[in-house]
Design a protein around this ligand. Structure first.
Ligand SMILES: Cc1ncc(COP(=O)(O)O)c(C=O)c1O
Length: 372
């Protein structure tokens, strides 16, 4: 966020900046969704909805699981939330008490540990390497489970690495969490943004896996602040009560707009965007490797490359600062995502068109050559 603020300041001073630090798609929300949002406002959809969301949207999501993943999920298990962020808060509040512990990966999405800390929940961030695709697995969970541990949180595809948890690894992880009588929370916010591997859902494992999702990334609706969580039936009432108190309701206009996101027209727009993200990855990945960044685990989804820059610097935070100041390229330092080998990593978000990525690569070449 500090880097983004500095990048914006440079832009107001007339410098041009290539933004590879932003974790949000550059594409605008698809037109059918915008039209549905405008229609919702004209129809005066401006009041609170039920705290768990409008029944039509809960049903649409249930239908989506059936059509796309072949899974029968009851709409009553689906709670609409203000983004995946709202879902994360609700799930952690509902499952864990102050002093309980949740296992996370390092590197991982930084807000998870911050939300947990806000709720006085302890986090144990487990270093992960390319050996487990930068993801937690059953062995790591078994080795780090502690008497206060109650839950494990993973994301697939993940931020900042773009890696997926292979089916067998996820299955074994689930079995391990069950054996410890804990909860498995799977953040599927980048679901659909998957290139080679099968696009799956952890809901196929069992009804007691808690799955978080969002309209932000694949559906391209970051600013509409809408997500959802699929819960075991027994947890719905508790989450409903929490949602009533924390948020009252998810945004009304956004919910009606999101009803349009499941049309064939939108699906084809989203799928073209997935193809574009794949092209960007296929350009940027070899270009960065050529420059001396090590990316030994091929990212199969989301829109991130987590690159080992230890051959270029031992202090990635200063490196990204000087890259921004000298060349106007903004990327995210490893320390945003944890502590493990953080100084030797940076994250590139390919949320800009290929022409911009080419400019960034030229500038990084210049920067690397100047600093040899
Ligand atoms: C892994 C992960 N989970 C959750 C979120 C929160 O997303 P939102 O609240 O926009 O749905 C993000 C945002 O970047 C993310 O990367």
């Amino acid at each position: 966020m500090d880097l983004l603020a500095r990048a914006r300041q440079l832009e107001t001073e007339g410098r041009s900046v290539v933004h590879l630090e932003v974790g949000e798609p550059d594409f605008a929300t698809a037109t059918p969704i915008i039209d549905a949002g405008i229609a919702a406002l004209r129809d005066q959809r401006t009041h609170y909805t039920p705290a768990v969301g409008i029944p039509e949207l809960r049903q649409k999501i249930a239908d989506y699981y059936q059509q796309r993943y072949g899974l029968a999920i009851s709409a009553s298990r689906i709670v609409i939330t203000p983004g995946a962020s709202g879902a994360l808060q609700l799930v952690l509040s509902a499952l864990l008490d102050a002093g309980d512990e949740v296992l996370l990966s390092d590197p991982g999405y930084p807000c998870n540990r911050n939300i947990a800390q806000l709720l006085a929940i302890k986090t144990r961030a487990i270093p992960v390497t390319t050996e487990s695709a930068y993801q937690l697995n059953a062995e790591l969970v078994d080795a780090h489970w502690h008497k206060k541990t109650r839950a494990v949180m993973v994301a697939t595809p993940a931020n900042p690495t773009g890696t997926l948890i292979p089916e067998q690894q996820l299955n074994a992880l689930y079995q391990s969490v069950k054996a410890h009588h804990g909860h498995l929370i799977v953040d599927e916010i980048y679901q659909g943004l998957v290139f080679e591997a099968d696009d799956r859902t952890a809901l196929s494992l069992s009804d007691d896996v808690i799955v978080i999702n969002s309209f932000s990334k694949y559906f391209g609706m970051t600013g509409w602040r809408l997500g959802w969580v699929v819960l075991p039936e027994a947890l719905v009432e508790c989450v409903d009560r929490m949602a009533q108190n924390l948020f009252l309701a998810p945004p009304t206009m956004s919910q009606y707009a999101a009803l349009a996101a499941f049309s064939d027209a939108c699906r084809s727009i989203f799928d073209q965007r997935v193809d574009e993200f794949r092209r960007r990855r296929d350009y940027l990945l070899p270009a960065l490797r050529e420059l001396g960044f090590k990316i030994s685990c091929q990212p199969q989804g989301a829109f991130y490359l987590y690159a080992d820059c230890s051959e270029l610097t031992t202090d990635s935070f200063s490196w990204v600062q000087t890259l921004l100041e000298a060349e106007g390229v903004a990327v995210t330092p490893g320390i945003d995502f944890g502590e493990y080998r953080a100084n030797g990593h940076v994250r590139f978000a390919y949320t800009r068109p290929i022409e911009q990525l080419e400019i960034a690569v030229d500038k990084i070449i210049k920067h690397v050559n100047c600093n040899i």
